[in-house]
Design a protein around this ligand. Structure first.
Ligand SMILES: Nc1ncnc2c1ncn2[C@@H]1O[C@H](COS(=O)(=O)NC(=O)[C@@H](N)CS)[C@@H](O)[C@H]1O
Ligand SMILES: [Zn+2]
Length: 473
């Protein structure tokens, strides 16, 4: 089989679409725009990634599931929320051939499905804090360019958490706790990001404020890979979510919600992939180690030793595979590199005689290791590979963020990166910056320590604030 080469990663969009197919992640040939099919290998990756998310949420959240369909009467209650979503909602209007009395929205996100029930669940301060999440499909009639895993009309892997608290401050603390969970989630995936407080005109509809995580894609555009929103009492007043406080009075609850979608997988593929295909982090790779027996003589013996190695790795909880096909080694290396397998073990008759094997890391490092102690070598190299992947991705992101003194400089920088400019924080200057730079205001850096007084690049006012600017997916 002649191995088809991927387009170079510098043609990011072509490379990305070709890799979704060659890496058997997503099949885009489903006949509805913005809706795609998971290949089984891609679905195994998704399962591992979301198992990681569950591991991080389950210590103090409870997983559940709400209905997909939301009655118009509930959906149309929160004015801000409606304004933000009315152009994106899909409606079900018929049951069979009979028109429905009340049409039903397909959830674009589930506030309006969940909060009428929270009203019933929350009675007293003893019921708080309430922290639930669900991992469901949601539907948004996106009119911008749809892209697999990045901008979908059916978001198949929408993890949405919804929490209820006695005070605004507790809700604000929960937003920070959510950001910490997302930071750990992306650290395990070796994906770096920037925290930004979205500007008022781009916060979640119905929220007090939104904090987003943006990563920088290979072409320098940013991808919003998670968001956490402080809702205050906005939804609680609309949906009547009250609790009896310790003084016996009824109070409106304060809420948050925070979400991650399959964009986390788009980021995984894009940030780490290379011209040979996927490069998957050890923690989520469906196949962590592939054993490639070099079969030319003593075939049986070589296969026997390979199978013994696989059994030893599996017993240690490592997801291992053997490629027993009779393809030539080069074809096997190509296939498993395309699938992003972090570590390959090559073993032939001579290696067996010498009691060694070749350990080839997906980032190119190769070494010969003794067969006894192979497990320790694999675990050591896996840990080192994880750090190397994160360090490499962090260096790339840092290289793509630059301080700019003028709108012109920011325009050049945001053609393929992120600009940081002085901004007084006013909405008027913010919109002027977007127009002059031709990029979006991601918002003010959140949790960044860098301070320094400069003049707003629009109005000249002295300010310590700054804006991150970028072209977004
Ligand atoms: N069309 C889309 N396709 C894929 N992912 C999307 C799409 N729209 C939003 N997302 C992802 O979903 C995350 C959460 O969406 S959101 O609108 O920002 N927030 C909410 O819906 C809140 N209810 C928190 S769950 C976003 O940060 C973004 O990463
Ligand atoms: Zn200004």
């Amino acid at each position: 089989m002649t191995e088809a080469k991927l387009p170079g990663k510098e043609n990011f969009s072509e490379w990305y679409h070709e890799l979704l197919k060659a890496g058997e992640i997503i099949d885009v040939r489903y006949p509805v725009k913005g809706m795609c099919v998971w290949y089984p290998f891609g679905f195994a990756l998704r399962r591992n990634v979301y198992d990681l998310m569950r591991e991080l949420l389950d210590p103090d959240h409870q997983e559940t599931q709400f209905p997909l369909l939301i009655p118009e009467t509930e959906f149309m209650k929160e004015a801000e929320h409606i304004k933000g979503f009315e152009d994106e909602v899909y409606w079900v209007t018929h049951g069979g051939t009979s028109p429905l009395e009340i049409k039903l929205a397909l959830r674009p996100t589930s506030e309006t499905a969940i909060y009428p029930i929270f009203k019933l669940w929350v009675r007293s301060h003893a019921d708080l804090p309430l922290k639930i999440y669900q991992i469901v499909n949601t539907f948004r009639y996106e009119t911008k360019h749809t892209r697999p895993l990045i901008r979908l009309r059916e978001i198949t892997s929408f993890k949405e958490a919804h929490t209820v608290h006695a005070t605004w401050d507790e809700a604000a603390e929960q937003v920070e706790a959510a950001l910490n969970i997302y930071a750990e989630f992306y650290r395990r995936l070796a994906i770096p990001f920037l925290f930004a407080r979205r500007p008022s005109w781009d916060k979640f509809p119905g929220s007090d404020y939104s904090i987003a995580l943006d990563t920088v894609m290979p072409d320098g555009r940013t991808l919003q890979i998670g968001t956490a929103h402080l809702l205050g009492t906005n939804f609680a007043t609309t949906y009547g979510i009250t609790f009896e406080n310790e003084g016996g009075e009824q109070e409106f609850a304060n809420q948050t919600c925070y979400g991650v979608s399959e964009r986390c997988i788009a980021a995984l593929i894009s940030v780490h992939g290379d011209d040979k295909g996927l490069v998957l982090p050890w923690s989520v790779a469906p196949v962590q180690v592939v054993i490639v027996p070099i079969l030319f003589k003593d075939k049986e013996r070589t296969l026997e030793v390979s199978r013994e190695i696989k059994a030893r790795l599996a017993a240690a909880g490592i997801r291992a595979a053997i490629d027993e096909s009779d393809e030539r080694p080069g074809a096997k290396f190509y296939k498993w590199e395309m699938k992003g397998v972090p570590i390959r073990i090559e073993i032939g008759p001579r290696d067996i005689e010498n009691g060694v094997a070749v350990l080839a890391r997906r980032d190119g490092k190769k070494l010969t290791v003794p067969l006894d102690g192979l497990l320790a070598s694999i675990e050591e190299e896996a840990a080192d590979l994880q750090e190397a992947m994160l360090a490499r991705a962090q260096a790339f992101l840092a290289s793509k963020v630059k301080d700019c003194e003028t709108a012109e400089e920011a325009r050049v920088q945001t053609a393929a990166g992120v600009a940081r400019v002085a901004w007084c924080g006013s909405e008027e200057c913010g919109h002027r910056i977007e127009e002059e730079v031709g990029a979006a205001v991601l918002g003010e850096p959140w949790r960044s320590s860098e301070k320094g007084e400069r003049s707003c690049i629009v109005c000249g006012a002295r300010t310590e604030k700054c804006a991150l600017l970028a072209r977004q997916y």
